[in-house]
Design a protein around this ligand. Structure first.
Ligand SMILES: Cc1cc2nc3c(=O)[nH]c(=O)nc-3n(C[C@H](O)[C@H](O)[C@H](O)COP(=O)(O)OP(=O)(O)OC[C@H]3O[C@@H](n4cnc5c(N)ncnc54)[C@H](O)[C@@H]3O)c2cc1C
Length: 426
């Protein structure tokens, strides 16, 4: 953290986030409190930026059960074996030390939206003026027959929340005999991180190519086709991982039999695999669902006002990150969650201060995918708020796609990760 608080507040970045209208007329109430649920890409960023944008006048309490932040981006490299969990772990202490965020290590158990309080699993109750809900996704384990029990037994893991399960899945790959099969089952979109499963297939294939060359990676995709960077991934599988990776579209997994090592589909024959990584459908994080914020898409996702990220259902509750119903062409990504957080933080500070909310927020996104330990491809986009449609839309001609994997993009990807971790946590 080299940038001083005051210089940040007077920077164009801070003014752009807040919008400038009405800044001089009212002042930030000194005792307002913002409570944030979830210290991931969205929540940690929101906690820090409410402090920064309010000149540290608004109290911020961050509720997160984990002792440290473990990044999903780059976690596929732990499966490939080129990174360790420690490489993708950052302590939360910087938020407290550098920004005065109060850290509460606990689960938010219940939100009372009429009393404006959050009750913790430990029993305490915290009052809020504004609440930010960023709990990520909940995996819908019951959507695949046998999956909940297979997961509980430790036989079929998802590792779609980075942490100990990522290491456990790596151990399964290490224990698999050469000549074995790793099957990854992908749900229909939308799900957390569109390119994530395809990057994972590359990482496992890279490991097999070097350590178990007779082994196979089977990609069992419920979608019609690869949903992100399709041409790039397919080229890598055909050229770099020929004979190792096999892609099967329109394979919707309906059941797993962990004991027999079998994956079953709506149509198509069963598949046998040594290591099964079955990803079920996803929905908004459990606390958002429990609070009734999940009003859209068959109650899977939370609708928000895209100017402020305030819930469409409950006032003074802002939902960000993977839990929201996305705007067109908006991925469920860490980069996006970080950007949602900044727009929401600016809107919250403005609302608590009696200022006008920025009427034209912008979002950016870049998703890097490692195809081996060094070479990377990316997809990028820019999204602008369109007032007439009350949503974000991709800016025509913005963004782009790599022509092919390079080591140079590998260094960009590592720096992207270091920068976004610092932006959210340092
Ligand atoms: C394998 C993989 C690779 C990925 N790669 C990329 C990538 O390269 N680039 C990219 O931009 N994105 C990537 N993503 C996606 C990215 O991780 C998510 O989009 C991002 O984490 C969403 O942020 P979030 O704040 O919504 O959720 P999270 O980051 O998951 O944070 C949610 C937090 O809320 C906490 N929480 C949940 N419930 C409660 C509760 N009741 N009380 C208190 N705390 C709670 C959790 O402990 C967690 O820390 C990847 C994801 C995966 C799985």
């Amino acid at each position: 953290m080299t940038m001083q608080r005051r210089s940040f507040l007077h920077s164009t970045a801070a003014l752009a986030l807040l919008g400038t209208a009405g800044c001089a007329t009212t002042s930030i109430p000194s005792r307002a409190r913002v409570v944030v649920i979830g210290g991931g890409y969205g929540g940690a960023t929101a906690a820090k930026y409410v402090r920064l944008l309010s000149d540290h006048k608004i109290d911020v309490v961050l509720i997160e059960p984990n002792a440290a932040f473990v990044s999903c981006p780059l976690s596929n490299l732990v499966l490939g074996g080129s990174k360790q969990l420690a490489d993708i772990t950052t302590p939360y202490a910087g938020l407290e030390r550098n920004h005065g965020v109060t850290l509460v290590k606990d689960w938010a158990k219940a939100i009372d939206t009429s009393r404006k309080t959050v009750t913790l699993a430990g029993g305490a109750t915290i009052a809020y003026d504004k609440l930010v809900v960023s709990p990520g996704v909940e995996l819908q384990m019951d959507g695949i027959e046998g999956l909940r029990a297979a997961h509980a037994s430790g036989r079929v893991l998802q590792a779609w929340h980075a942490g100990p399960e990522t290491v456990a899945l790596r151990r399964q790959l290490e224990a698999m005999p050469d000549g074995g099969v790793f099957a990854i089952a992908i749900p229909e979109q939308p799900y957390r991180c569109p390119p994530g499963p395809y990057e994972r297939a590359c990482q496992v294939a890279w490991y097999f190519k070097n350590a178990k060359p007779r082994s196979k990676v089977l990609i069992l995709d419920a979608n019609q086709d690869v949903v992100s960077k399709a041409g790039l991934f397919k080229r890598v599988w055909a050229e770099q991982y020929k004979g190792i990776v096999e892609y099967r579209p329109q394979h919707k997994t309906v059941a797993v039999d962990a004991r027999a090592g079998v994956v079953k589909f709506e149509v198509h024959e069963d598949v046998k695999a040594n290591v099964i990584n079955a990803l079920p459908s996803m929905r908004a994080g459990a606390i958002a669902v429990q609070t009734g914020l999940n009003n859209l898409a068959n109650n899977r996702w939370c609708g928000v006002d895209f100017l402020t990220f305030e819930s469409a259902v409950v006032k003074d509750v802002h939902v960000i990150g993977d839990s929201i119903m996305i705007a067109p062409a908006m991925p469920k990504s860490g980069h996006m969650a970080n950007n949602h957080a900044k727009v929401a933080a600016a809107a919250i500070v403005s609302q608590l201060s009696g200022w006008a909310v920025n009427p034209s927020p912008m979002l950016t996104n870049t998703c890097y995918s490692f195809v081996d330990d060094k070479n990377v491809v990316h997809v990028a986009s820019v999204h602008e708020y369109v007032a007439a449609d009350k949503t974000f839309k991709a800016v025509a001609g913005s963004g782009g796609l790599s022509p092919g994997p390079t080591e140079l993009e590998g260094s960009y990807a590592m720096n992207w990760a270091r920068n976004i971790w610092a932006d959210a946590l340092a």
